[in-house]
Write a protein that binds this ligand. Structure first.
Ligand SMILES: [Zn+2]
Ligand SMILES: [Zn+2]
Ligand SMILES: [Zn+2]
Length: 288
């Protein structure tokens, strides 16, 4: 039986502006991370078009899931992980008006296709936005959105203005300590992201030997699972729970959920300190 979700600090305006930058500067030390779950759905989202299963017709808002993405805020900077096809709606719904950088996990459509929405953030911020990924993902994203990276079109008014950065090892991104490491995702590789003691690990079927080191000591683990049973390129719930048990984080959140998983029903079967994420959930992790 799962414990009820603890009341994490809620900062309704913390993703809106740089207003908390000063307080961060005044209290140096280990910086905490605020995490906003923009989307928690599998690739088709929930409800699925044309489906009338109990989860798709549920009136519980926690069963309405846009495509997966999180916004991580540290010391006044907003780092977006993936550009979901629902990025515009997610930003409007959560009052997100600043994106200081983007990191991509892998080039699947449900993690990339909202890239064009970044142009409005360029317009608001009046600056280019750095985007980070491993070399393969970066090259695929540039192939999918050539106009967004074209030098010839750099002054174009209605295109995203992005600066690509290849991640080749541990990196400092917007003041956050970031490690991007490969995980098996069926026939392709995905990249999990560790930021300080937070790990965001969706779209995973297994962990290569060399990636375990980046997982140990995780405080807050966000892990993807699409249904109860194993899937050919994703964890099922029981595989995700086995990973959580091995890593023993302070708390874990399940995300990237399909319409096979009903929020309350799944919540009831999870151990204490493991929670079902939902769109709009905000948590804080780390800090001295
Ligand atoms: Zn996915
Ligand atoms: Zn359904
Ligand atoms: Zn994927």
């Amino acid at each position: 039986m799962s414990a009820s979700l603890p009341s994490f600090p809620d900062h309704p305006s913390s993703f809106l502006s740089s207003a908390d930058e000063l307080s961060d500067q005044l209290s140096p030390g280990r910086k905490s991370l605020d995490v906003l779950f923009l989307g928690t759905g599998a690739s088709s989202g929930v409800p699925v078009i044309g489906c009338s299963c109990p989860v798709c017709i549920s009136t519980d808002k926690k069963n309405r899931r846009t495509r997966s993405s999180v916004l991580v805020r540290c010391a006044g900077k907003n780092l977006l992980i993936d550009t979901s096809p629902d990025l515009r709606y997610q930003s409007l719904k959560n009052g997100v008006v600043t994106i200081d950088g983007v990191i991509f996990t892998h080039p699947h459509a449900d993690h990339v296709l909202g890239l064009d929405e970044l142009r409005i953030f360029n317009y608001i911020q009046k600056r280019e936005i750095p985007v980070y990924a491993d070399s393969y993902t970066l090259s695929r994203v540039q192939m999918m959105f050539p106009y967004a990276f074209s030098e010839a079109n750099r002054g174009g008014l209605s295109r995203p203005k992005l600066i690509p950065h290849e991640i080749t090892g541990p990196a400092d991104i917007l003041g956050m300590s970031v490690i991007s490491f490969p995980v098996y995702h069926g026939p392709v590789m995905n990249h999990a992201v560790r930021i300080n003691d937070l790990v965001y690990l969706t779209d995973c079927k297994g962990i290569p030997d060399e990636s375990w080191e980046a997982l140990y000591g995780v405080e807050t683990l966000i892990v993807g699972a699409v249904k109860y049973e194993p899937h050919e390129s994703h964890f099922g719930i029981h595989e995700a729970l086995a990973l959580i048990e091995r890593l023993n984080p302070k708390r874990a959140f399940i995300t990237h959920l399909s319409h096979s998983l009903e929020h309350e029903e799944l919540s009831r079967m999870l151990p204490p300190s493991v929670f079902v994420a939902y769109d709009g959930l905000r948590i804080t992790t780390g800090g001295s």
